[in-house]
Design a protein around this ligand. Structure first.
Ligand SMILES: C[S@@+](CC[C@H](N)C(=O)[O-])C[C@H]1O[C@@H](n2cnc3c(N)ncnc32)[C@H](O)[C@@H]1O
Length: 261
């Protein structure tokens, strides 16, 4: 269950990738679609970069959208499943998606089909957390194994978060788009404590785990996770804990020129 209040607690850290991705778009964009817009943070970065544009934000979560509506009343907000066709929304100069794609099982299908929503020479711009490469991802998996000794809590849990390598994203994009650019940034977040690292992932990567736990089990699971996280994420001399967070960026042009599929 997405929780806008908890998600927005780290708004400074979470908005920066959207700012960086939006700043790489050097075209005039009159119509923009923010897919998986959540609580509106990525949309806010878009609004600041393109003050005159008509922006549409789409997300599945009513509670995230509730928050988005409060911060940007001039955006058109739509609640729906973005793994399904969005073709009826019309065509856009820019389809933007920050930290959403990893929640889809068939990402290539999304990358291919969303072209129907992009004008000729319009842009698809994506940011995907490279979560699987991070130590916190290993810690979560190990604690889940330790916690679920009988295998009856998490064993039925399929991966809800689907991470691919930078090369895979490059290949997927190059199949359907031209002028593809890809890059990776390792953001080093300065957290107040190692517990804050757990707080950070509680509103995203931990959701599928926490959804399977009762209230008391959730408390024990989080306590165990905090202990393990503290063993790895140690404080610096000033007390801050450095939390490296790697993110993959990719964008390309929807062009019918060339040998694209
Ligand atoms: C990590 S948040 C990113 C939100 C926003 N783009 C940002 O940068 O802050 C991921 C969002 O994806 C949404 N989401 C996940 N699966 C979805 C789906 N199938 N259709 C629409 N939204 C989805 C969630 O509701 C959540 O708001």
């Amino acid at each position: 269950m997405w929780n806008a209040k908890l998600y927005d607690k780290f708004s400074r850290e979470r908005i920066q990738p959207s700012i960086d991705l939006a700043n790489r778009i050097d075209k005039v964009c009159e119509r923009i679609l923010d897919v998986g817009c959540g609580s509106g943070m990525s949309t806010l970065a878009l609004r600041n970069r393109f003050p005159e544009a008509e922006i549409v934000g789409v997300d599945l979560s009513a509670s995230m959208l509730e928050n988005a509506k409060k911060i940007l009343p001039d955006v058109k907000w739509i609640q729906r499943d973005c793994s399904k066709s969005l073709e009826d929304l019309g065509q856009f100069d820019l389809v933007f998606s920050n930290a959403f794609l990893q929640w889809l099982s068939d990402q290539e299908n999304f990358i291919k089909n969303i072209r129907k929503c992009i004008k000729e020479n319009g842009i698809l711009a994506l940011q995907i957390p490279n979560f699987e490469t991070m130590m916190i991802a290993d810690i979560i998996k190990n604690v889940a194994k330790e916690f679920d000794t009988n295998g009856d809590i998490f064993s039925t849990m399929h991966d809800n978060c689907y991470n691919h390598s930078l090369t895979t994203y490059y290949n997927m994009m190059s199949k359907y788009y031209s002028n593809v650019e890809v890059w990776q940034t390792n953001y080093i977040h300065q957290m107040d404590s190692s517990d804050a690292v757990v707080e950070f992932v509680k509103s995203t990567a931990l959701i599928p785990y926490l959804e399977r736990l009762s209230e008391s089990h959730e408390k024990d699971f989080l306590a165990q996770l905090k202990r393990r996280t503290a063993e790895y994420y140690k404080p610096c001399e000033n007390g801050k804990v450095l939390f490296p967070f790697e993110r993959i960026f990719v964008h390309g042009l929807n062009s019918t020129n060339g040998n694209l599929v």
